[in-house]
Write a protein that binds this ligand. Structure first.
Ligand code: NAP
Length: 421
């Protein structure tokens, strides 16, 4: 059983009791679209800004009309990005803010993200300037996040000119100028990166990672929250499993356990119990995307208007971590690799294999004995280096799914004699 972390409950209780307020009150009551009983918890960022813990995700088909309906329903936090390739329409979000009769610009917290192909000082500056020029944003942004800390094969249309660290300095520059009110980054999945972020002149206010009942990543979430950074979840309703993890159905929205729990609480569906659990138990900021006005309103209001879930309910969700069904179709990025050595290598020579991690560190993953193989499941874009026992570089190899689902690579003597079979 997962250990109970009393501190997290204390943190969440403080957040909720100190900052609960009704977003519904900000909308025109005469429209009848708000629910006065709903109270959306808020959080305070490390720089003192107060934000609602439920925002609208503006990917997954969300266009201008959907942002308009969300603003009418009471949403005051919008999460967009510059990556139109990944389903975002930043211009639609800006246009909706400008057109909405329900809110002023100042009432909204709008966040955009820098595409990883624009990492590097000049590109990031240019990218931020582009977003600042969207008329509906009124010349400032409430938040800017680095969308991904690096490119990977197929993700970027050009090689980035620099690194996330260089882009971070630019985010700090715009924060200093007051043109951006909070800064952050997505996909911080290891403590080394978190430590590096904490050493920046202005550490992140927000870190956005994938989090849903089947993918809870407790260690890094706790580490992030312990540093006073807002942990913000993307794809909390399970979309990642369907689009990127080879599942035919979204395991969160089709979970019978969650559907039963929702019925028991008299709420429309699993989304409500997932949202209340993430927000009330862990103080996580969630960004459910929806193109449907009713579901938008349910996610914002019905998730909090029912009798609060108890610790037994929470425990059921906690226990779902790591239990997603096996993929019905293979992960398109997975490649079964066999690494072997040339027969001309000396019998006694052992080849050391290393995976090159996101920070360029060489992580040992095994050895290849003479006339033996090293087999492993790897992924498109993973980089490896192979060294002799004396440390001589024999081969660098990046896995590509284009070579087929099973590949064999022969490690030679370091004379560019890589061979893929
Ligand atoms: N930083 C990153 O790399 C990253 C990656 C992914 C996402 N994000 C952000 O996180 C946001 C949310 O993630 P996501 O878009 O992947 O998906 P999500 O929020 O997990 O799920 C969205 C899907 O769930 C459906 N849905 C929403 N509310 C529902 C409800 N109450 N009942 C039933 N179905 C419901 C929506 O369909 P309908 O439209 O039909 O309601 C939509 O297709 C994104 O929009 C984006 O802003 C960031």
């Amino acid at each position: 059983m997962r250990p109970f972390h009393a501190w997290s409950l204390v943190l969440v209780t403080c957040i909720i009791s100190m900052y609960m307020f009704s977003l519904a009150g900000a909308t025109d009551a005469s429209t009848g679209t708000t629910d006065d009983s709903s109270v959306v918890p808020t959080a305070t960022l490390s720089n003192g800004l107060v934000i609602p813990l439920v925002g609208l995700g503006c990917a997954s088909g969300v266009r201008k009309s959907h942002v308009l309906s969300a603003l009418e329903a009471g949403y005051r936090y919008l999460d967009t990005a510059q990556a139109y390739q990944w389903g975002y329409h930043e211009r639609d979000v800006a246009a909706a803010i400008a057109e909405s009769p329900f809110v002023t610009r100042q009432e909204i917290f709008v966040v955009t993200k820098i595409h990883p192909e624009n990492l590097g000082v000049t590109s990031t500056r240019r990218a931020i300037e582009g977003s600042l020029q969207q008329a509906g944003f009124g010349g400032y942004l409430d938040g800017i996040l680095i969308h991904k800390p690096r490119c990977w094969p197929g993700a970027c249309s050009k090689d980035p000119e620099g690194t996330w660290q260089e882009s971070w300095k630019v985010l700090e520059e715009y924060y200093d100028k007051g043109l951006v009110k909070a800064i952050g980054i997505c996909d911080v999945d290891n403590e080394r990166m978190l430590d590096e972020l904490m050493q920046q002149r202005i550490p992140p206010h927000i870190i956005q990672n994938w989090f849903d009942p089947f993918h809870q990543t407790h260690d890094i979430r706790q580490a992030i929250q312990a540093k006073g950074i807002l942990f913000q979840a993307y794809s909390t309703l399970g979309t990642q499993w369907k689009h990127f993890r080879g599942l035919d159905q979204n395991p969160v929205l089709t979970s019978t356990t969650l559907t039963d729990m929702a019925h028991r609480h008299g709420v429309p569906g699993p989304a409500q119990v997932v949202i209340q659990w993430a927000v009330n138990k862990y103080g996580i900021s969630v960004l459910p995307a929806s193109t449907n006005p009713q579901r938008q309103a349910d996610n914002l209001h019905a998730s909090f208007s029912f009798v609060p879930m108890n610790e037994q309910d929470f425990e059921v969700l906690d226990q779902m971590d790591g239990t997603a069904p096996a993929p019905s179709r293979p992960d398109p990025n997975q490649v079964a690799m066999t690494f072997t050595t040339t027969t001309r290598r000396q019998e006694e020579e052992v080849v050391q294999a290393f995976w090159v991690d996101e920070d360029g560190q060489e992580v040992p993953v095994g050895t290849i004995e003479a006339n033996r193989e090293l087999n492993m499941n790897s992924y498109h874009g993973h980089a490896f280096v192979f060294r002799s026992s004396a440390g001589k570089l024999l081969l660098e190899h990046t896995v590509s799914r284009n070579g087929g689902r099973k590949q064999t690579v022969v490690v030679g003597d370091g004379d560019n004699d890589e061979e893929e079979l």
